[in-house]
Design a protein around this ligand. Structure first.
Ligand SMILES: Cc1cc2nc3c(=O)[nH]c(=O)nc-3n(C[C@H](O)[C@H](O)[C@H](O)COP(=O)(O)OP(=O)(O)OC[C@H]3O[C@@H](n4cnc5c(N)ncnc54)[C@H](O)[C@@H]3O)c2cc1C
Length: 387
């Protein structure tokens, strides 16, 4: 068992850390506070090739392993989790197109997505269905060489920048079980009837936009049906979400690490009752607990990523990593606020942002309740095990 990153992964981590320290940290508080879209950071990430993380090399991407992907998301999230969101659903959908797309679809989209010239996201959630994806109401009716799509999607990250936007639809609403009639369409945002109708106001996760959109009889060529075969959509999306959960777990590790770092630094500076507060045992116990849980979350995340890299199904592992790391991030954010006393409640200190960003990781790519049911199903069916 080797707990070390490879030389290449260490180099990537150091490069990312230097980039985040130089380009993201100095602007994060001000830009996040104002809700400004970080175009300049996106331009730099494009130059670094980060939009091609999960795009195969033959289409111009990096074809990174999942441990490297985790390292990238962790480092960015130490500086500003919202920026990681710009890469998150983009990378997930790049993987999905590369894995399931027809050769024509790959050639049409992946080279431009790899450079970030075009970007993407994923539209699953609807006002009436989030966890219960088989309950979606968006339909795609076949009409000659097109599908005519009607419905409404909500909470869609990167919606204003996605081209194409993969949209989960029902191509056969009467199918039983419902997933047999579900498909993914790669929707051109310039198509008539496609409209991003509003940006949702959010607690945190500022930077990327998260929007509601309407599809009003949007004509989508049948050539844009992901993989060319209807009825495969839910399976394609669930496989992509497995990768997405590793990215969410890694973001949570980044937030937890930053919370710990901020708490440690503050405890070493702040004085009370004539001594540094780091000298109080109550503070020391908090720091120790944060460090233990943070490192456990990191190892669980790298383990899940390694299993995915081995080409094995990793829904159990990625679910465990996502659930645990997100709950550690939440706990570390609250604990770090406590270590800061009243200043933890101030917008002038970083921990306040971590406290607003951490809960998203509990919700995104499957709520932790849903993932606990996924984990339990794998365990009770004998498909997965621990020990
Ligand atoms: C900032 C942000 C960005 C997002 N970005 C995207 C995006 O880019 N694309 C996208 O498609 N979606 C996105 N989402 C949506 C997100 O994936 C959903 O919010 C999430 O899947 C939960 O769905 P829901 O909100 O409809 O909650 P619901 O499914 O209504 O769940 C409500 C509560 O009930 C619980 N629950 C539901 N069913 C069960 C069950 N069977 N067993 C136990 N508990 C259950 C849930 O755990 C939760 O606590 C985003 C959400 C946020 C907040």
């Amino acid at each position: 068992m080797d707990f070390e990153l490879s030389d290449e992964q260490r180099l990537l981590r150091d490069t990312m850390r230097a980039f985040v320290n130089a380009e993201i940290r100095p602007v994060a508080r001000e830009w996040e506070e104002s809700g400004r879209y970080p175009e300049e950071i996106v331009a730099l990430m494009r130059r670094m090739g980060l939009f091609g993380l999960l795009v195969p090399e033959e289409y111009g991407g990096m074809a990174a392993d999942m441990v490297s992907l985790a390292v990238v998301f962790e480092e960015i999230s130490r500086g500003w989790m919202g920026v990681a969101g710009i890469l998150g659903s983009h990378s997930l959908s790049c993987w999905m197109i590369a894995r399931y797309g027809t050769e024509d679809q790959k050639l049409a989209h992946l080279p431009a997505l790899a450079t970030g010239e075009r970007r993407t996201g994923i539209a699953l959630t609807e006002p009436g269905a989030g966890s219960d994806l088989q309950g979606i109401a968006t339909t795609a009716r076949r009409d000659g060489d097109s599908y005519v799509v009607s419905g409404r999607k909500t909470w869609i990250t990167n919606a204003r920048h996605a081209d194409p936007l993969p949209v989960l639809v029902k191509t056969d609403p009467a199918a039983r079980p419902p997933h047999a009639g579900m498909s993914v369409l790669l929707v051109d945002p310039a198509a008539a009837g496609f409209e991003v109708v509003r940006d949702l106001p959010k607690l945190g996760y500022r930077g990327p936009e998260t929007c509601e959109l309407v599809l009003d009889d949007v004509r989508v060529p049948t050539a844009s049906l992901l993989g060319g075969m209807p009825g495969r959509g839910l399976q394609q999306v669930l496989a992509a979400l497995e990768k997405g959960r590793i990215n969410i777990a890694a973001r949570a590790v980044g937030v937890a690490q930053e919370a710990y770092d901020q708490a440690l630094r503050y405890a070493g500076e702040r004085e009370a009752f004539g001594q540094k507060i780091s000298g109080f045992q109550a503070i020391q116990l908090k720091l120790a607990d944060m460090a233990i849980k943070l490192q456990a979350a990191r190892l669980l995340t790298y383990w899940a990523a390694s299993r995915a890299d081995a080409g094995e199904r990793a829904d159990l592992e990625s679910g465990m990593a996502k659930v645990y790391a997100s709950e550690v991030a939440l706990e570390c954010a609250v604990t770090a606020m406590g270590v800061h006393g009243g200043y933890g409640y101030s917008k002038e200190f970083t921990v306040e942002r971590l406290y607003r960003d951490a809960p998203l990781m509990v919700i995104g790519e499957g709520t932790n309740d849903i993932l606990r049911t996924v984990i339990a199903r794998a365990l009770t069916s004998g498909r997965g095990s621990v020990g």
